[in-house]
Design a protein around this ligand. Sequence first.
Ligand code: NAD
Length: 493
Amino acid sequence: MSLFSPYICSMQVEQSLKNYINGELVEPLNGQYIDNVEPATGKVYAHIPSSDAKDVESAVQAAEQAFPLWSNVGVKARSEVMLKIAAGIKKYQRELAAAESMDNGKPVALAELIDIPRAHDNIHFFATAAEHFASESHHMENLAINYTLRRPIGIVGCISPWNLPLYLFTWKIAPALAAGNCVIAKPSEVTPLTAYLFSKICIEAGLPKGVLNIVHGLGPSAGQAIVEHEKTKAISFTGGTKTGEHIARTASPMFKKLSLELGGKNPNIIFDDADLANAVATSVKASFSNQGQICLCGSRIYIQEKLYHKFRDKFIAAVAKLKVGDPKENDTNIGAVVSKEHFQKVLNHIEIAKDEGGQVLFGGQAVKGEGRCKDGYFIAPTVIEGLQPNCVTNQDEIFGPVVTLNKFKTEEEVLALANNTKYGLSATIFTNDLKRAHRVAENIDAGIVWVNTWLLRDLRTPFGGIKNSGVGREGGFEALRFFTEPKNVCIKY
Ligand code: NAD
């Protein structure tokens, strides 16, 4: 296997993106393409392959050819190539950040600070984590020794959403590759660009052909073909709860391993004794980063009654300072939401909130962009109060720049309110009472709890949700366990 390749990739965005199959950039076999729209301008700027089962079939064949080499070459050789891919992400970080911002609508400053560095870290982390991964042994005194072998699964499918495109795409494929699997991956059809540029980086890094195959296209055609192919033995999916349910219905009867990272409706709880300045500043980020389009955003804010008015006034004052506008401008805090459909969905939710008796304290409407952004999909950060716990606005995932403010009296009451949804992804608590922090963290229905902070991530920790927010855990050795099959070997003395 050569670790070096004479190919130097170009980060230029072509009119038509291509699939990455068997080490090459190829057109979809059916010749069909989908428009790719820049959310900040509302204009089509490229076309992406509308792949189908035939492209998936050729990706699976390539992966099948590559698997024996990639799984047997050893962890060190895999790690070396992956570190070269990580270095490629660093080398092209500016181009990748600009592409992510154009494709998704997020501020370029956010892509430079979060998305692209994290994509690099994902690959780097798993390239090295695999070298530290160990399996167990169980000693039966005077009788036998058991040891657990962990072998790669084979060909696996990785399907990711549009909100953190390269960040979540690499979060899945990195552990899959590090563990020795060959991958068929599909980025969201809404934000395919950085995955396309990533395929060029993989070629430049000398990733052996067929090890990673990237098939672009729509969920029901390209995505479904990956899930239902008999040779993809595990599916790692991040996206909406409804799609996750559909995927589980297809994959479970085929006895595939499944990791599902789904939607959320996360509580953000502020107790009377919290550090107010930190609670306000962190809650603004937890509400509106990436236009509120992060599965971990805290969209239900609960404030203890003594602090309610003070928090509300300071929160609104901080929100009023956020600049909505062209994602290319460095001082923009809130860019465009990802698509016209999503723009309409979020605005519709704001109307539902009003019908439900909510008072809009800030925002509540679309924002007209200027110049090149006049047809872009901009929505003001929106803060609503006066809603009931069971209303649609407090129950449904809106996945946009919309939060509700809710008052509570006691710890028991807020725990019941926080747990009163079908979701259980993350929760944020602001308090200076250590015992309370531990108590609430233990009793809240969530896979991830932050205390006095938000989105602080250590890649070694388990990541995922409970209830309708998902099944299984990503991160650290959890992900390496998911992408390997344990086999017990028992040797009698
Ligand atoms: P989505 O479910 O519409 O799409 C996600 C991916 O699934 C896309 O690539 C899509 O093409 C594909 N897909 C759609 N139908 C498919 C099918 N039948 N078979 C196979 N693949 C199919 O989600 P989205 O709108 O792209 O993303 C937003 C959602 O993702 C939100 O609900 C958000 O909470 C969730 N999300 C969850 C996490 C997490 O870690 N829990 C992280 C980010 C986003």
